[in-house]
Design a protein around this ligand. Structure first.
Ligand SMILES: [Zn+2]
Length: 256
């Protein structure tokens, strides 16, 4: 059997979970981080409950010093209880519900595990508890679902909020500008090697959609569904349910 772990940087590799879908793209990327020569790893987003996936992650990550969650969504956290049981490792997230034997994350905090250094950056928007993790030694940013490897992310109203999301994208853009992030390691899809272009595309896409939603409201659309029918003609109908959540977030943003 081939090794399922894909090495991306000196410190980061990932294992793709077998949960492809319209929201998860190819599936969830479970990231395994380890300082070169060190023993303990950090596992980010253990992913769905799937024995094959958990086994592969265990083999690549043991012994695990810490489990981190980028946000509360099921496709990232479902296996947390099982994984914590198998590894005995503590876990941390902005949402206290996913913390075991460790405190919630704090914005700006530096975490060190067996020599591996990570900076915690609060990036609310996709969800209120979304976190990005910067791996300074590799100029990389683990982005969870805040920035994906392909397409754009859903702002799942009411947990997802557009104003904070735009601020989070602007913050990531600044880190790229300052030379602190050369690559994005996303929760779904391929690694992003041109992060400035991708974040600019996200910002433009959001501004454009917001204009379209504003125009649809001006022409009389009132419900998220009516707005989606008017605005998302270019998007496959299988995505309209997700689009309605994003539209609800946009309507909320326009109202405030
Ligand atoms: Zn996800």
């Amino acid at each position: 059997m081939t090794d399922p772990a894909v090495t991306v940087t000196d410190r980061a590799s990932y294992i793709l979970a077998a949960n492809p879908g319209i929201m998860t793209l190819d599936g969830t990327n479970t990231w395994i981080l380890r300082e070169p020569g060190a023993e303990h790893s950090v596992v980010v987003d253990p992913g769905p409950v799937d024995d094959g996936h958990l086994q592969a992650v265990l083999e690549a990550s043991r012994p695990v010093g810490l489990v981190l969650l980028t946000h509360r969504h099921f496709d990232h956290t479902e296996s947390l209880g099982r994984f914590a049981e198998l590894t005995g490792a503590p876990s941390r997230s902005f949402d206290p519900e996913f913390c075991r034997e460790a405190p919630p994350l704090a914005d700006g905090e530096t975490i060190v595990v067996d020599g591996l250094e990570l900076e915690v950056i609060a990036t609310p928007g996709h969800t209120t508890d979304s976190a990005c993790l910067r791996l300074p030694a590799d100029d990389s940013l683990l982005s969870g679902d805040t920035v994906l490897g392909r397409g754009t992310t859903v702002i799942a109203h009411p947990d997802g909020v557009l104003g904070p999301y735009l601020d989070s994208l602007a913050h990531i853009r600044e880190l790229i500008e300052e030379g602190l992030v050369a690559r994005i390691l996303p929760g779904h899809g391929p690694v992003v090697d041109d992060p400035a272009a991708v974040v600019d595309f996200y910002l433009e896409h959001r501004a454009e959609r917001l204009e379209q939603v504003r125009a649809a409201v001006d022409s009389g659309a009132t419900t998220p569904h009516e707005v989606v029918v008017a605005v998302y003609q270019d998007v496959d109908e299988s995505l309209w349910g997700a689009a309605e959540l994003s539209v609800a977030a946009q309507l909320d943003y326009l109202r405030t």
